[in-house]
Design a protein around this ligand. Structure first.
Ligand code: 5AD
Length: 362
């Protein structure tokens, strides 16, 4: 089998990666996932790290054509958690020994928001005596803002590139200055310079996206020396321009899940020591999506810990899973899922990407 031949090579080139991205038989896919799991075991171990996810606001200044909380979606019931509510979730995450949390929200650059985040980060650090790792996922910001939040105590940042293909990127966004591909790239640079461990990722199965584009996304991660990857299938949201345009034309669910798993596996094999998340979007399309993600090489899970009353309002796409679950239920459910794969949950550890430390030592 050509796949096995490729998987035995010590260095893969673009052509090899494209070949792997296009395989489709059960047997070939099994061989790919098995290899990816081995590479995971060797480089990051069989430990799964948790990042408790707090989605604290759905107010967004952006108008991305795919996203349910875009500015122009007038059906969104807006919410912004208070500092006390965020701290309550953060305490739960700390007391349940998750090790790290992620603060995510719609994008805002106004002073009130920037100050608010800075304060919240500082308080979480204090509350946990510096023990809780803090990741931010708050979109494009100025260099100064990134620096301020870093100084306050955040040490990782997620900013997806969405797709490394500039043409596709343009088709996903309105044509104005605030949705610029180069700005996104520039922000990834600012984050690195500010000292963060930098995470990025893409959506998979986008209209017009070919296997070659997905391979180029993985090469983009490599070229930009990315530490953490969060990527998942594109899922329609009805109340968006893309949802309306592609309702009946998007790749079948199974195909998008398969592509998502192939992306995880090939990224693991090619990049080896980075952190890769099995994302909620994977589970949105397949009830066993996250387990399959771990089997294909992912080592990070992001359990949603947002309070039940707000969960349903943070709908980036249709049928987001687990919106009725409490944080307690999520914890139990995930422990069972991780165990079923044969992995172990690393409670109470930050679980930084080994890739980051190797670079820091150089
Ligand atoms: N399908 C899948 N992922 C989406 N995101 C936003 N909308 C969708 C969607 N419809 C992802 C984007 C964004 C992250 C916060 O959520 O990649 O960066």
């Amino acid at each position: 089998m050509r796949v096995e031949e490729i998987l035995r090579k010590s260095e893969l080139n673009r052509e090899d990666l494209v070949y792997l991205m296009k395989i489709g038989s059960e047997e070939e896919l099994e061989a790919l996932y098995k290899k990816a799991y081995e590479v995971k075991e060797e480089n990051v171990g069989k430990k799964v790290y948790y990042r408790g996810l707090i989605e604290f606001s759905n107010i967004c200044v952006k108008d991305c054509n795919y996203c349910g909380i875009r500015k122009s979606n007038k059906n969104t019931e807006h919410f912004m958690m208070t500092k006390e509510e965020i701290m309550e979730s953060a305490k739960w995450i700390y007391e349940n020994n998750y090790g790290s949390l992620v603060l995510q929200a719609g994008e805002r650059q106004d002073k009130e928001f920037v100050d608010f985040v800075e304060e919240v980060v500082r308080e979480i650090k204090e509350m946990s005596q510096g023990k809780l790792g803090i990741t931010l996922s708050l979109g494009e910001q100025s260099r100064e803002t990134y620096e301020r939040w870093y100084k306050a105590g955040a040490h990782r940042y997620l900013l997806r590139i969405e797709t490394s293909n500039e043409e596709i990127y343009k088709s996903l966004h309105p044509e104005d200055r605030s949705h610029n591909f180069d700005t996104r790239i520039e922000c990834l640079g600012y984050l690195r310079e500010a000292g963060y461990q930098v995470g990025t990722g893409v959506m998979i199965g986008l209209p017009g996206q070919r296997e070659e584009d997905l391979v180029d996304d993985i090469l983009f991660y490599k070229e930009n020396d990315i530490d953490m990857i969060g990527m998942g299938p594109y899922i329609i949201h009805d109340e968006t321009p893309m949802g309306e345009a592609y309702k009946d034309r998007v790749l079948p669910k199974e195909k998008r899940v398969e592509l998502g798993l192939k992306m995880i596996a090939i990224a693991r094999i090619y990049l080896k020591d980075v952190n890769i998340a099995a994302t909620t979007a994977l589970q949105g399309l397949d009830p066993l999506g996250r387990e399959k993600g771990l089997k294909a090489g992912a080592n990070i899970l992001m359990p949603v810990t947002t309070a039940a009353e707000h969960r349903a309002k943070y709908q980036l796409y249709n049928d987001k899973p687990c919106i009725d679950d409490t944080a307690e239920q999520c914890k139990k459910c995930l422990a069972g899922r991780v165990g079923s794969v044969g992995d172990e949950i690393a409670y109470g550890e930050w679980g930084d990407s080994p890739h980051y430390f190797k670079r820091s030592e150089e």
